[in-house]
Design a protein around this ligand. Sequence first.
Ligand SMILES: C[S@@+](CC[C@H](N)C(=O)[O-])C[C@H]1O[C@@H](n2cnc3c(N)ncnc32)[C@H](O)[C@@H]1O
Length: 224
Amino acid sequence: MTDTAHLTDTAHLAATRAGYDAMAEQYAEVFGAALDEAPLDRGLLGGFAELVRRDHPDPQLLEVGCGPGTVAGHLHQLGMPVRGIDLSPAMVGLARRAHPDISFEVGEMGALDAADASVAGLIAWYCVIHVPAAQRPGVIGEFHRVLRPGGYALLAFQVGDDTLRLDEAFGHEVSLDFHRLQPDAVISLLEDAGFALTACLVRAPDSATPAAKVPQGFVIARKP
Ligand SMILES: C[S@@+](CC[C@H](N)C(=O)[O-])C[C@H]1O[C@@H](n2cnc3c(N)ncnc32)[C@H](O)[C@@H]1O
């Protein structure tokens, strides 16, 4: 059985996985240190970690769509127990290499290999942007399923109404859709799944960060 054989596949998942597998190395080179130049992002992740720790004696975190493991690595440095999953085996390989103390597995955020009510905090950092609109309620419902009562979800995404389609990235042929999202729409999705809003932040474009051309949205919500 290959690493991905257990995944329920669809065309968009296959295309997303193939795209990130192709460009994983270059993605990690460009974005692997993104948090170093993003003090507000680090502040938000630190605040999220403190919230989870304040409310949960066992503050187990799950990062979905973890890419090369940058955010999980930062949370680990903050002393948080965290594991990561990503659709792309190449990304998981890079994350394992960069952060050997953290567990990373290939997985799909719409069908998480995690028991009901098993994690205290879930981070989806720029990955829900790849989920087609029709599948977003199912994915957010899956986040709700794996969180304990009182658990928190943190979503980061590019703000907008359009979908950026990339046919090429770092010299590789890819087929990737980046759905920009409006914070109100993300909050509605979370509330429809049973979450209550904790916080919403929109950061203006910041030329010091690598993907800075549009505002960035961050939403934290709690499972009651
Ligand atoms: C823009 S990257 C963000 C990576 C990382 N969170 C970061 O900020 O560097 C999006 C990541 O989400 C992953 N991804 C996309 N769809 C996914 C899915 N359905 N399940 C799990 N991971 C997914 C991709 O493989 C990719 O690594």
